[in-house]
Design a protein around this ligand. Structure first.
Ligand SMILES: *Cc1c(COP(=O)(O)O)cnc(C)c1O
Length: 620
């Protein structure tokens, strides 16, 4: 299940049995340590990854209002009728603020941090936290049947099979919350004294609500003076001791990204980012960077003739670094454009006043190499470099590198290739193809995290740029290269954790092998396009030009079709698709890059078909 980012704390109640312990204050402002227990709870929620906390206040609500000054991520909803309503009414009052799955807590609880982790890592979308027996005298017992709850009651006689005691921390999906609100509305017609536990009991007969069990967690609800004393003497010290020793454990739900990058990553790549803090100026880190540079070159068979220059940037940063650092002032770059990324190179040149000659083709159409040669001949003296996109991700077309490379060498020009979305997905040999600069990023077919742009540079070409007057500072290729060579470290602060993930992703690439990765992608593409055709979809680009990493699909004309609705339907089922842009016909895009398999593609197709059937969309 996804990690939960929102919590709701029910804090409206009076706490009449706590007179003498907390007077003229809400129960949450009881103190056992340095801070009121509500603030300790807030700190634990934050530690567990919660970023938005809604507190429903009532009794002495001014105290809670004060909290929002200290914690900007806390908002308050008031239940003015707190004296005559049950906890479900407070929960109901929060309905405008609840946007997704939540953790639900009570304000008079003290608990150890690990209990939040249990729910954060739960396999269930709706789960009530249940503990072993505490003997507190005020227990709510949880009756269970297998892995679901069937009853919540203070009367143990009513329980057939005891699962344990209700803690008062629950994981509630938006869907369950909506059902609770629906039922509560009906109940309020007769009485507002309705508690959320009762609501759960009323619902769990017809809808599955699960539970997570913790045998001996340290927790307590503080309702009276005896509880308070017990908390001070035993439970609170135990909580403090345990919280000191507990480390963060986090499961991550898998989602299938079918957008054209950042691509889905393996869990091992995700977890590779969790490392001890390290100063990137240490030798150990310098070696990590050196190894990455060496292996990025190796992926495209650059041998000792190439060097990789890394930037803390997205892929565009790498492109900008190349164009601005290698084209001399008095010469021009010839840009071949058949999509948005070709156009982006044009925009970069315009931004820096770099002369460029463009060959603009309809997005989705292949390059006409005769035309390329004609333009080259016409501008032979001006052009120093040719720039092109390998896999034009706007439409999924694969541009032929070798034909352009032949022309470049024939006319003595250097070649800059945007291979952001093909590097490590399609085998490329920069030496054989005579590519002088090849750019990619850490988050596409190499399957790492976003944050590193890089250029694989022919050393001889790069060294020639030493004499050019720099147009920029941060993104200057030669300067960065010199810094690497001399100091064996990146010139500016590197994205440390992203580089650890990239190291892992590169290793996983070599385990899968160049051929293995290309085959997996090609297989996914085959399953995808066969399935799409079976459903009746048409492609934007002629199939023989497909890069086999991304497919642009012409949007159905059926009036029932709506991209946003289809997107939302699929994302709820774990699949992220992507809109099209700027092509000759309206399209949407499905990529098959990243740490995904053809089983994912099969499952995606089933869901896509389910959407079409649901909306009765006809494809012809
Ligand atoms: C993704 C991509 C880029 C770079 O995009 P960023 O958002 O800067 O990472 C450049 N070119 C192509 C072909 C791409 O697919």
């Amino acid at each position: 299940m996804k990690n939960i980012r929102q919590a709701v704390i029910l804090a409206a109640g009076i706490g009449s049995r706590l007179k003498g312990v907390v007077d003229n204050k809400p129960k949450g402002f009881l103190k056992l340590g340095e801070k009121p227990i509500i603030e300790e709870s807030i700190a634990k929620l934050v530690r567990s990854g919660v970023t938005d906390i809604v507190i429903v206040s009532g009794y002495y609500h001014d105290y809670y209002d004060e909290l929002t000054k200290k914690y900007p991520f806390v908002t308050i909803v008031k239940n003015p009728d707190f004296a005559v309503t049950g906890s479900m009414y407070s929960f109901y009052m929060a309905r405008e603020r609840i946007r997704g799955d939540i953790l639900l807590l009570e304000s008079d609880l003290i608990y150890e941090y690990d209990m939040l982790q249990v729910l954060q890592n739960s396999v269930y979308s709706d789960s009530i936290l249940v503990s072993g027996r505490t003997g507190s005298g005020d227990e709510v017992y949880v009756g269970v049947d297998g892995d679901r709850i069937v009853c919540l009651s203070k009367d143990i006689q009513k329980i057939k099979r005891l699962g344990g005691e209700l803690v008062g921390i629950s994981r509630i999906s938006l869907d369950l919350y909506r059902e609770m609100v629906g039922l509560a509305k009906d109940m309020f017609d007769t009485s507002h004294l309705y508690d959320y536990e009762d609501c759960l009991t009323d619902l769990c007969g017809h809808r599955i609500i699960n539970y997570d069990f913790a045998e001996k967690p340290a927790w307590m609800e503080i309702d009276d003076e005896n509880h308070y004393k017990k908390a001070l003497d035993t439970v609170y010290p135990l909580i403090q001791e345990r919280d000191k020793a507990i480390s963060i454990k986090k499961n991550v739900e898998r989602t299938v990204l079918l957008n054209p990058g950042p691509a889905a990553t393996s869990d091992s790549v995700k977890y590779a980012m969790v490392v001890e803090d390290i100063c990137p100026r240490e030798k150990e880190f310098g070696e990590l960077v050196q190894g990455i540079r060496r292996d990025l070159v190796r992926i495209v068979h650059g041998r000792e003739l190439y060097e990789a220059v890394l930037f803390a940037s997205s892929g565009t940063g790498g492109i900008e670094a190349c164009l601005t650092s290698v084209v001399p002032d008095e010469r021009a770059v010839f840009i071949i454009i058949n999509g948005a990324y070709g156009e982006r190179m044009q925009q970069i040149c315009d931004g820096f006043g770099i002369m460029h000659i463009d060959y603009v083709i309809d997005w989705g159409e292949p390059i006409d190499f005769k035309k390329v040669e004609t333009i080259i001949i016409e501008n032979k003296d001006a052009i120093s470099h040719i720039a092109m996109v390998h896999h034009e991700t706007t439409v999924g077309i694969l541009n032929d590198l070798s034909s352009v490379s032949d022309l470049a060498s024939k006319y003595g020009m250097e070649l800059i290739v945007d291979a952001v979305s093909s590097f490590a997905g399609i085998p490329i040999d920069v030496t054989k193809l005579g590519i002088h600069y090849l750019v990619s990023s850490s988050n596409k077919c190499i399957q790492g995290m976003a944050g590193v742009g890089f250029a694989i540079c022919n050393i001889e070409s790069l060294e020639k740029t030493a004499s050019l007057k720099p147009r920029n500072f941060y993104f200057n290729l030669y300067q960065n290269y010199m810094f690497f060579s001399k100091k064996r470290e990146m010139q500016f602060t590197p994205p440390v954790q992203i580089l650890y993930a990239l190291r892992q992703a590169i290793n996983e690439y070599f385990i899968e092998t160049e051929e293995g990765r290309a085959d997996r992608y090609a297989h996914m593409y085959k399953v995808l396009t066969a399935g799409l055709k079976r459903l009746g979809f048409k492609f934007l680009v002629e199939e023989k030009f497909h890069a086999k990493i991304l497919t642009a699909i012409i949007e159905p004309r059926d009036p029932n079709y709506d991209f946003t609705e289809m997107h939302d339907f699929l994302i709820q089922r774990g699949f992220t698709i992507y809109p099209g842009k700027g092509a000759k016909e309206d399209s949407f895009r499905i990529a098959n890059m990243g740490a995904i398999s053809y089983d994912d593609i099969e499952e995606f197709l089933e869901n896509l078909e389910a959407y079409l059937t649901l909306k009765n969309i006809k494809l012809s």
